[in-house]
Design a protein around this ligand. Structure first.
Ligand SMILES: C[S@@+](CC[C@H](N)C(=O)[O-])C[C@H]1O[C@@H](n2cnc3c(N)ncnc32)[C@H](O)[C@@H]1O
Length: 283
């Protein structure tokens, strides 16, 4: 039974990290003329109204994207690699107050060209409706209400031999941790030159360690890991941090992240917050 709704969490600190990286990777993919495949295994609704009851109930965006957009006018120290993401959010809000926040499909749509193809998977009956509506006037997008893990594997390798796969499960089920990694390992066997982004929450450190171990025991090469934690690991309930595994990242991504992360710590975190960028597996 699916209960997770991203509408409660849209624009929170984890989205800021995930979507700023997604923006950088998509921008990099579009530097080459040749088309590419974009696959989003867990797409959510596509676009979120921050004024609705869900976002207002948790107010998570207020400690995430709102702190970057609202502090923007007061300073001009935004690191260059973060500017495109911030500009994108402002553009969607037509330069006015922050009311709308894009999900990963909303970000991807800003980059996809005639020659690129998108496949979006989502299971939730309400979110698939929102997603389908959101994609109405987007050409070369295929939206499916089916399992995203299987969906990813069915599409690899892409005929263009250029592809980006985002895997962003809700982790409602503990098995998501190993299933997500296994899916990428299988995908990599079919398409080793693709770029893969896997999002994870830091809720229990042992689960993150388990994912790292799974990757390290696999054939996967060139894996960059980035993490941003608001506070230290704890045994208590709740997400203290967020991270991404990125396979075959753009060559300058690690450097860009080392500019972005100190800024995120200053704007979204406090003294206890910490971050790291780590080449977990060499090229
Ligand atoms: C974390 S949210 C996705 C957020 C979105 N990627 C973004 O960045 O805006 C996870 C989504 O996955 C959906 N979901 C859960 N299990 C799934 C599965 N096996 N296949 C496809 N979607 C699934 C949930 O309904 C939820 O909307």
């Amino acid at each position: 039974m699916l209960s997770y709704r991203h509408a409660f969490h849209a624009g929170n600190f984890a989205d800021v990290l995930k979507h700023s990286v997604l923006t950088l990777v998509l921008e990099y993919m579009t530097r080459k003329e040749k088309g590419f495949l974009y696959v989003d295994s867990h797409s959510g609704a596509g676009m979120y109204q921050l004024t609705d009851e869900y976002a207002q109930k948790t107010g998570e965006y207020k400690d995430g994207i709102a702190k970057l957009i609202n502090s923007d006018a007061e300073n001009n120290d935004i690191p260059e690699p973060l500017t495109e993401y911030i500009e994108l959010i402002k553009r969607l809000n037509l330069g006015a107050e922050l009311n709308i926040y894009p999900g990963s499909p909303g970000i991807a749509r800003q980059f996809m060209r005639r020659q690129d193809t998108s496949h979006l998977f989502e299971l939730h009956p309400t979110d698939i409706e929102h997603l389908t509506d959101f994609c109405q006037r987007w050409r070369k997008v295929f939206v499916k209400q089916s399992d995203g893990y299987q969906g990813v594997l069915s599409l690899l390798p892409p005929p263009s031999r250029r592809g980006l796969v985002l895997i962003d499960p809700p982790y409602e089920l503990k098995e998501d941790y190993s299933k997500a990694v296994k899916t990428i390992i299988k995908g990599y066997k079919k398409f080793a030159t693709g770029t893969y982004i896997l999002w994870y929450p830091v809720v229990k450190r042992a689960l993150v360690d388990q994912m790292q171990n799974q990757f390290q025991a696999s054939e996967v090469k060139n894996l960059l890991q980035v993490e941003f934690c608001l506070s230290n690991d704890t045994d208590e309930y709740g997400m203290t941090g967020t991270g991404l595994f990125i396979i075959n990242p753009p060559w300058q991504l690690a450097e860009q992240l080392s500019e972005i992360l100190p800024y995120l710590k200053t704007k979204l975190g406090d003294q206890a917050s910490n971050y790291c960028v780590n080449q977990l597996i060499a090229e």
